[in-house]
Design a protein around this ligand. Structure first.
Ligand code: KG4
Ligand code: ZN
Length: 358
């Protein structure tokens, strides 16, 4: 009989990071990320087959390393969680099949986890030095803005198994918009952090870019018009600009672009949260590492007297702790999957959307 209070192992292979972690009662006992960023950098973006093949190489050493860091044997685990949706299908299959084999060999419950929901649940991860009773956590139901390379979604979260979609991007995800701008400007992959660095040196008032979704109040986001406007602004620069002037123009465009993305995310998210009577806002996903976004939302929440819960920067980009954390919460609700039938799904959102509408 498995002890449900024991640690949960989490595996994450949905994109370009092979990550594993062990979490117990929300405390991260160990976590490791084998990053593929240097491998994909020379292609200017993630190559799905290359990602899947590298997961195959790194998944077992990564999970062996976390068990060894946490000084745990497989028998001490209470379950194995893996991201099974959404993501790159070949990449997902590696994590799902590894977790299935381990669950079968070690006779442990298997929990398939939605990657975006896991990003949000990272807001419950707790430092080992804090006790569960004293550590503040968001109050259910709360609003959660998940901003990553593939998604920009706002949820009303009612529980680990109940995510209600309130709004999402009609076109590009926020992270995708950052990555596309970076590519346009010749900045290295992944674009987001490099745009943020350039923006810190830039003047956000030099260019005029559309704010996006002004005048709409239905919780929808849009970033593709902004990306096109940035391209047109770049093309309109005089061709004979010197090196230093071109560098300054790049920094200024990054600052303006970042400001426009932040303004839209703040305005739409807070209006939706208010409309649904939600007083807590979680910020999660890779783009949540952006300090201008964290600051913009912190200030806006303060003005509206809402509580703001940004996920700690270490757990914003893809990691195994968020998967283990949500897996643990689901397991405690008695929810786990049949290892024979758990599938990998490139788009997990569709099923969740349908479920939320029931
Ligand atoms: O959640 P994540 O690690 O992977 C996905 O699930 O997609 O998010 C990656 C995305 C990339 O688009 C990356 O450029 C963006 O998050 N990102 C950032 C920052 N750090 C990562 N965007 C803006 N500012 C950052 N500091
Ligand atoms: Zn992610």
């Amino acid at each position: 009989m498995t002890n449900l209070a024991g640690p949960v192992l989490g595996l994450e292979t949905s994109c370009d990071e092979t990550a594993a972690a062990v979490v117990q009662s929300g405390v991260v006992l160990a976590h490791r990320v084998a990053s593929q960023v240097p491998i994909h950098q020379r292609f200017g973006g993630v190559v799905p087959e290359v990602a899947a093949r590298n997961h195959l190489l790194t998944v077992l050493p990564t999970l062996q390393a976390v068990l060894s860091d946490a000084q745990l044997t497989p028998q001490q685990l209470s379950g194995i969680a893996t991201t099974n949706r959404p993501g790159l299908i070949g990449a997902l299959l590696v994590g799902v099949q590894t977790a299935k084999a381990l669950a079968w060999a070690w006779q442990k419950p298997l929990i398939g986890v939605d990657h975006i929901h896991a990003h949000v649940w990272a807001s419950f991860l707790r430092p080992p030095t804090e006790t569960a009773t004293q550590w503040p956590v968001p109050r259910l139901p709360f609003a959660a803005l998940a901003v990553s390379g593939g998604h920009t979604s706002l949820y009303a979260v009612h529980g680990a198994d109940r995510f209600e979609l309130l709004g999402r991007s009609l076109d590009d995800a926020a992270g995708e918009a950052f990555d596309k701008l970076a590519k346009l400007l010749g900045l290295p992959y992944p674009g987001g952090p490099n745009v943020e660095l350039a923006a810190a040196r830039g003047d956000a008032t030099r260019f005029r870019l559309p704010r996006g979704m002004l005048g709409r109040d239905d919780g929808a986001y849009s970033f593709s018009g902004l990306k096109t406007a940035a391209r047109l602004a770049l093309e309109a620069l005089p061709p004979d600009l010197g090196e230093a002037e071109r560098q300054q123009a790049t920094d200024d465009l990054c600052a303006t672009f970042q400001g426009a993305v932040v303004e839209q995310l703040v305005r739409v998210s807070l209006a939706s949260a208010e409309r649904h009577g939600l007083r807590d806002l979680v910020l999660a996903g890779g783009v949540a590492a952006n300090s201008a976004l964290r600051q913009g939302l912190a200030e806006a929440c303060h003005r509206k007297r809402m509580r703001f819960w940004p996920v700690p920067p270490a757990y914003c980009t893809d990691n195994g702790a968020m998967v283990a954390g949500l897996g643990e919460a689901l397991l405690r609700l008695g929810l786990h999957d049949d290892p024979r039938s758990l599938d990998a799904l490139a788009t997990g959102e569709v099923r969740r959307l349908a479920a939320a509408q029931l």
